[in-house]
Ligand binder design. Structure first.
Ligand code: PLP
Length: 392
């Protein structure tokens, strides 16, 4: 008899797992790795946020809460969003989730039915396709142009829409490329989705890590609110990845359905995490600006160093904390036929952790996270340069 349900067969373990496991093995053997693999801030969670959680635990905020998050945390989410982006959400249009990933998962599960199409730009963050497939949806991949900085355009989206299109997922700034959708294109995409009755799922977990111009959120298009779902996270903004704190903003019935799903799975996030999130969202945002300023310096540093490696080209990220260099000049050689093999050798021979582009739907790249120290950027790219010199 069959053990597993069909739905679990529709997803794979994250493609980054193989590299992570290999890196752990080397580390256990005492290797000093430079880790450009992990997609998380190298900063500690700011002191005032940690203090808020400690205080909350001491005061016994350690029980279940309402599933969608206590009213104060939902208020803090919408007030932060209104202040920063001019949106007009109410607390009933917000749900607090156990990480941004759960917000994405729940939004897709409540919207996407068998056979529904979801448009997903490539390169994509690893989990979207699996989450869509888990829900029975059909992923419609939308290629972007590296020469255009992998930018998603309204024209391309329009061409990909069919009568079966239920939703579009956008991730700006993007993981893995750091690409940001041009404001004019975002406006046109919002209009298009609204007119056609298609849901726009905006994964904005890097929204505060934009380096050019003003910070932009799709949630500020209040006229099209009916079709917009903002998926947010405190993970990257406040260096809180392990706290599991995320949220969604959207139409009341969709938020209610997401809460219903949550009520039969995770229930609420820890009460003291919600308390800490209120502090993060409603106190001074100076820590966010400070971290952003350092990421920008790190970006410029890693781009400058990578440019010194012959044959490697790299688009200039406008946000997030990843670079996505094109390594095709070094591919096809024995032992380095694919980016996957190249990343394996880079790890084993140079002790540099990267994630091969296959994980994000492209074949000629590796992803490097520069949420590391400046010393690690210098050391890691130096090792890469020596490794590639020997390879060529
Ligand atoms: N979306 C993107 C694009 C990400 O890179 C990540 C984390 O790496 C997430 C969502 C999920 O973040 P979290 O679940 O920690 O909020």
């Amino acid at each position: 008899t069959k053990i597993f349900a069909d739905r679990i067969g529709r997803i794979e373990v994250s493609a980054t797992m193989a590299v992570t496991a290999e890196a752990a093995k080397l580390r256990a053997q005492g290797a000093k790795l430079v880790d450009f693999g992990a997609g998380e801030p190298h900063f500690a969670t700011p002191r005032h946020i940690k203090d808020a959680a400690i205080k909350a635990i001491d005061e016994n905020f350690t029980r279940y809460t309402v599933v969608s998050g206590i009213p104060e945390v939902r208020k803090a989410i919408v007030e932060r969003h209104t202040a920063d982006f001019g949106s007009n959400y109410t607390p009933e249009e917000a749900v607090f989730t156990t990480g941004g990933k759960l917000a994405i998962f729940n939004a897709i599960q409540v919207l996407v039915d068998h056979g529904d199409e979801v448009i997903l730009p490539v390169p994509y963050w690893v989990s979207y396709k699996d989450i869509i497939q888990y829900g029975g949806g059909k992923v419609v991949y939308l290629e972007t142009d590296e020469a255009e900085n992998f930018r998603v355009t309204a024209d391309a989206i329009e061409k990909a829409i069919t009568p079966r299109t239920k939703a579009i997922i956008l991730n700006s700034p993007s993981n893995p490329t750091g690409s940001v959708i041009a404001p004019a294109d975002l406006e046109r995409i919002v209009k298009l989705a609204h007119e056609r009755g298609i849901y726009l799922l905006l994964d904005e977990c890097y929204v505060y890590l934009q380096y050019t111009g003003a910070l932009v959120s799709g949630g500020s298009f209040t006229d099209a609110k009916e079709h917009i779902i903002v998926l947010g996270s405190l993970s990257k903004t406040y260096a809180m990845t392990g706290w599991r704190a995320g949220f969604a903003l959207g139409p009341k019935p969709i938020i209610a359905a997401m809460s219903k799903l949550q009520s039969q799975s995770t229930s609420s996030t820890a009460h003291f995490v919600q308390k800490a999130a209120i502090t993060a969202l409603s106190s001074s945002q100076e820590c966010v600006a400070e971290m952003r300023a350092d990421y920008l310096k790190l970006r410029d540093r890693i781009l400058a160093r990578l440019a010194e490696i012959p044959g490697i080209t790299c688009t200039k990220p406008e946000g997030a904390f990843y670079v996505y260099p094109n390594v095709s000049a070094y591919l096809g050689k024995p032992g380095a036929k694919t980016a996957m093999e190249l990343a394996g050798r880079l790890l084993n021979e140079a002790h540099v952790v990267s994630v091969p582009g296959e994980a994000f739907g492209t074949n000629n790249h590796i992803r490097l996270s520069y949420a590391v120290s400046h010393d690690d950027v210098e050391e890691g790219v130096k090792r890469m340069k020596d490794f590639f010199a020997k390879l060529s």
